[in-house]
Design a protein around this ligand. Structure first.
Ligand SMILES: [Mn+2]
Length: 458
């Protein structure tokens, strides 16, 4: 990608009119999240808060990935080419190189000087109990192979040197932490704040276990990442990142958390993180990370990332890769790949996806529904014909209203593990292939005046 580092990327956004510098004093407690939420509703721009209440010398960037347009800018492509770009992920990989030092070492804080309260972590949603760090990127080695992994997880600020770390246990970082715990050890984890955007985007994608997301990020960036050794742990991090928080998980230590606003837009987050207590109560558990050092640039820029209802950046960051996964799967279920006309993982309602196809076989939509729900864990999939604009909720609703016989076109899959809201459903909103014999094809045709798109006087 054509920008040197995170700062250069912000300058690049500003040149394109996609970054707003906010000089007014704004608080990291709720106010900044509200600003980013609002900018998401109006299709950007991203924000750079230059006057952070209570944190002189700091700047906070937010909303960098809050719209598909901004995500496309970070990937140096057009919005309508995002799916193609994601389908290419990992095809070109560039290994990082180790260098002796870099800007992220300009300030080094260790030992008793560590105080997380001095970093402007945001408090996002109304019921959030604590400030959180959302924008990852957590880097850790595989205990056996030594291969690094980069992923994006939520952390809470528990005290001056302790953070909660919330993640799906079956994920690459979760498995590493649990493997280390089996040996009675903590896992060394570096949390990188505001690296080159390619790393943030690549880290939000689940690559194969043996593949370091840093190499995918290098491929996206078009040049190798330059890494430096951490001060207190054996992890390598980007030399030009704004901030690195070094730490080690505390084996066996868990923190009970919540409620907090999450990717589903409510105060229930990923259910697989829930654990049942001996009293049968469902609680949300996180790992605990003891911070061992903080290194950063002079005049650092913190990176915020919104979550919650509607326009959460966390949804936008994973939606492109999810669309690519759905495309790969669905394109195997149709006669020609081109029969898959579009996939919309909207990024606004987690787990809802709309797929449009050119239908040749009456069974295809149902095959797609079963395949996607079983393998990609979506909450709801709607399959529509190619004449329906999948990006317009009104058109999708019209297809559901006019082309669905609920008793045969709605597929309901009960939850596999008994936890709430994990059931899944699919809706075949495609019209039957044979519209006869009662002139039924008229039932499935949009009733419109011809020539709407030719009107030039409105
Ligand atoms: Mn991985």
């Amino acid at each position: 990608m054509g920008f040197k580092d995170f700062r250069d990327y912000l300058d690049n956004l500003e040149r394109q009119g996609m970054l707003l510098r906010v000089t007014k004093e704004v608080s990291p407690r709720f106010e900044m999240a509200a600003g980013v939420y609002k900018t998401g509703q109006t299709d950007g721009p991203a924000l750079l808060f230059e006057n952070v209440k209570g944190y002189p010398g700091w700047k906070v960037a937010g909303g960098l990935f809050v719209t598909q347009r901004l995500l496309a800018l970070a990937l140096q492509t057009d919005e309508n080419k995002l799916l193609e770009r994601y389908l290419e992920f990992g095809r070109q990989r560039i290994e990082p190189v180790l260098v002796s030092s870099g800007p992220v070492k300009e300030v080094i804080i260790k030992g008793a000087d560590i105080d997380l309260a001095k970093l402007p972590f945001l408090t996002y949603c109304e019921e959030d109990e604590l400030p959180y760090h959302h924008a990852g990127v957590q880097i850790a080695r595989h205990p056996a192979t030594g291969i690094q992994n980069a992923s994006v997880h939520r952390m809470s600020i528990l005290s001056k040197d302790k953070m909660g770390l919330y993640l799906v246990r079956e994920g690459h970082l979760g498995l590493r932490i649990l493997a280390a715990e089996e040996q009675g050890q903590g896992l060394e984890v570096a949390t990188v704040v505001a690296p080159h955007p390619a790393l943030i985007i690549a880290s939000a994608v689940r690559a194969p276990m043996r593949m370091d997301e840093m190499e995918i990020a290098g491929g996206l960036r078009g040049k190798p990442f330059e890494l430096v050794k951490c001060e207190t742990i054996d992890v390598h991090v980007p030399a030009d990142a704004e901030i690195v928080i070094e730490g080690v998980t505390v084996p066996g230590d868990r923190v009970i958390e919540g409620p907090w606003g999450g990717a589903r837009g409510n105060y229930i987050c990923f259910e697989s993180q829930y654990t049942k207590t001996s009293e049968g109560k469902l609680v949300l558990e996180g790992f605990v990370v003891k911070v061992t050092a903080i290194t950063m640039r002079q005049n650092p820029i913190y990176l915020a990332m919104t979550t919650g209802f509607g326009y959460g950046e966390d949804k936008g960051l994973v939606s492109g890769n999810l669309a690519a996964g759905i495309y790969r799967l669905v394109s195997r279920l149709v006669l020609f790949r081109e029969d898959v006309r579009g996939i919309n993982v909207s990024g606004q309602v987690t787990g809802h996806v709309v797929v449009s196809i050119h239908k040749r076989n009456e069974a295809t939509p149902k095959n797609i529904i079963y395949a996607v729900l079983a393998t990609l864990g979506q909450k709801r999939i709607v399959v529509v014909d190619e004449d329906v604009n999948i990006y317009d909720p009104v058109e999708v609703e019209w297809a559901i209203a006019t082309r669905v016989e609920p008793e045969k076109d709605v597929i309901i899959i009960p939850p596999a593990n008994g936890l709430p809201t994990l059931g899944q459903w699919g809706i075949d909103a495609t019209a039957p292939l044979t519209g006869e014999p009662f002139g039924e094809r008229w039932l499935y045709k949009k009733a419109l005046p011809p020539g709407v798109s030719d009107v030039d006087y409105v």
